[in-house]
Design a protein around this ligand. Structure first.
Ligand SMILES: *Cc1c(COP(=O)(O)O)cnc(C)c1O
Length: 385
């Protein structure tokens, strides 16, 4: 069966998972090697050095490419190193338009590391009219979207924005970490490159850091591969193997995350100590309609505003137990994050508040535990506020 015809649930298990040809082992070997023996100088089996290629990583790349309906995939050492490769690929002095509500580390990379090389303009990409003006004014080389955004879960119209970008030959990159390939496929909507922090839902077990880039253009793939090989952020064979293991349950995990998240979001929406809940699956989400159109589901991330200030937030965060207070997201276990102090601390307070990231904003990564236990845990936190 061609992998193109397989359903998602089959691809996660079978693509790149062919039995080992030498032994028949059903699980892929971990090629824990840095180098490969050549029969004559320059004559080898396609593998020379693990920074460049590794058979375990190749299997993961095949699997991930198929999940985003992409022709190519590169797996990197982290999500941020994947972002870094894209920045190196662009000609020096490029104009880049980036969504104004992105992962804190992406904001730090673009505002502290690369401004000497490129020019960044942060724009609310949910405002298409404003974005169109900025694209016409700046003639950017690249438009960077994160949708839904972290932590405000704002949704940008991937199809409309890719079309706007194409008019000025700009590439569109979508950070698809929050939805995972199960709920959203940006290449199918016209994007040029999809980025994932593999650390999150794709691996799903909070035991690996990794990144991935998926694309259809061989030219873009080759440029990015050049920089990956030249700069060096390759994922280790063991980590690639762990992701291959974790990814087998991506479909069942995403369904479970979503089922729990819907129940938790509805619970929060009714709670007297909650000011407002943001979840793309709620009718109250300002872009619920767009979410329904471009996503196949709503994911496991919820943001809410507690009634109160920083002191109340602290009380809540110190008193939930199942929801572990930790950065990151997308693992089977539930996590809770306070963006203003934790993940988004690198964004200046004034900018944060302009965006709506206040001190009473709490982000949940809803895991796949029993949902009644999760709700009881949140209730414990609220009781102490
Ligand atoms: C975590 C994250 C990243 C960065 O990925 P790392 O694997 O931590 O380097 C980028 N984008 C989003 C949306 C993330 O959540």
């Amino acid at each position: 069966m061609s992998t193109k015809n397989m359903k998602f649930e089959t691809k996660v298990i079978h693509v790149g998972g062919e039995p080992d040809p030498t032994t028949g082992a059903i699980m892929p070997p971990i090629y824990q090697t840095s180098t490969y023996v050549q029969s004559s100088p320059g004559e080898h089996k396609g593998y020379e050095y693990t920074r460049s290629h590794n058979p375990t990583r190749t299997r993961l790349e095949e699997n991930l490419a198929s999940l985003e309906n992409a022709n190519h995939c590169l797996v990197t050492a982290s999500g941020l190193s994947a972002s870094t490769l894209i920045m190196h690929m662009l000609p020096k002095g490029s104009n880049i338009i980036c969504g104004d509500d992105v992962y804190g580390g992406t904001y730090r990379l673009f505002s502290k590391v690369f401004p000497d090389i490129h020019n960044y303009t942060f724009v609310d990409t949910t405002n298409l009219k404003k974005l169109e003006e900025e694209i016409a004014r700046l003639k950017p080389a690249l438009v960077w979207l994160e949708t839904p955004t972290n932590p405000l879960l704002k949704i940008s119209d991937i199809k409309a924005i890719s079309n706007l970008a194409k008019k000025t030959n700009a590439l569109t990159v979508v950070d698809n970490t929050f939805m995972s390939p199960f709920f959203q496929n940006p290449l199918d909507l016209g994007a040029d490159i999809v980025l994932h922090s593999v650390t999150k839902f794709i691996n799903g077990h909070s035991d690996v850091v990794g990144g991935a880039l998926m694309m259809n253009s061989k030219d873009i793939r080759d440029k990015l591969f050049f920089y990956q090989n030249a700069i060096g952020p390759a994922q280790s064979p063991f980590d690639s193997w762990l992701v291959l293991r974790g990814i087998k349950t991506l479909a069942v995990r995403m369904k479970a995350h979503q089922e729990n998240a819907i129940k938790v979001a509805k619970f929060l929406e009714k709670h007297p100590k909650v000011e407002r809940v943001i979840y793309p699956g709620l009718e109250s989400h300002p872009q619920h309609k767009l979410a329904r159109e471009q996503m196949k589901g709503f994911g496991g991330m919820i943001t809410f505003f507690l009634k109160g200030e920083i002191a109340e937030s602290r009380r809540f965060l110190e008193n939930v137990k199942l929801f572990a207070l930790a950065e990151s997201l997308g693992g089977v276990e539930s996590l809770v994050d306070h963006p203003a102090i934790m993940t988004h601390a690198s964004i200046p307070k004034a900018t944060r508040e302009q965006l709506g990231i206040y001190d009473n904003l709490i982000r949940l990564s809803v895991g796949i535990e029993d949902v009644d236990d999760l709700i009881a845990d949140l209730e414990m936190g609220f009781a102490k506020v």
